[in-house]
Design a protein around this ligand. Sequence first.
Ligand SMILES: Nc1ncnc2c1ncn2[C@@H]1O[C@H](COP(=O)(O)OP(=O)(O)OP(=O)(O)O)[C@@H](O)[C@H]1O
Ligand SMILES: [Mg+2]
Length: 257
Amino acid sequence: MNLAIDCQGLVKRFGTYTAVQGVTFQLPPGAIMGFVGPNGAGKTTIIRMLCGVLVPTEGQATVLGYDVLTQSEEIKQRIGYMSQKFSLYDDLTVSENLNFYAGVYGLRGKIARAEKLRVIERIGLGERTPQLVSSLSGGWKQRVALACALLHNPQLLILDEPTAGVDPVSRRVFWDLIHQLSKEGMTVLVSTHYMDEASTCDYLGFVFYGRLIAVGSPEDMKKREGKENLDDLFIYYVEHEASDDPRNRMIKKGGRG
Ligand SMILES: Nc1ncnc2c1ncn2[C@@H]1O[C@H](COP(=O)(O)OP(=O)(O)OP(=O)(O)O)[C@@H](O)[C@H]1O
Ligand SMILES: [Mg+2]
């Protein structure tokens, strides 16, 4: 089977600080994988290396069969990336933002118009297209950003905290879209702090201090550690790992008060 993502021992150092230390995982095509982990754990850094926008210090990875070190342009053409601070132009309309991103992806003329109509329909943006982005709610902005990321028909969608700060109904609508896209064959890698979202992923990866400390389906992971829900599982992993890591003694000390 051709893996959508195959990474081995990815490391990223910023100066003397190691933000990602030896991340290895495989993601089959068509699956949804969720990254969960505390702030600063390294989720965005892993994602940026897989998108080909950050060069790994060590290790190797292929995304859709392309090497992140030598074929980052091929990767960028085939993935849809919604960054943590996704960039829409507030003073442009929804339609103008879509035009702009179609240009960024090299879509022109009839093809650009057809792809734009396709994503407007797919994401249900119809009546919003003439609206200025600045006048949209957070939930609608996120859907517009998703539409922009889908314009070039990517095979893999990489979403970094796409629903942060969005109300529960908008989050549900957004995730229904993600699941529909996955059913149609799209592979999805998504980071989230919401366990209700994480529980609907095919696979989860817990990221902690730059390491992927556990990977598996949500059900298997809960069973493995005898936990009833993902919140309990996550807290268990964090406390368990923190006790093994000398850098975390301050946290443990603080925790015991
Ligand atoms: N360009 C950079 N230069 C130096 N340090 C960085 C850089 N980018 C990230 N870091 C550090 O690497 C660590 C991991 O950051 P990262 O943004 O990947 O975490 P995260 O898991 O995405 O966190 P969050 O949940 O807050 O988004 C953090 O300590 C961060 O400060
Ligand atoms: Mg992040």
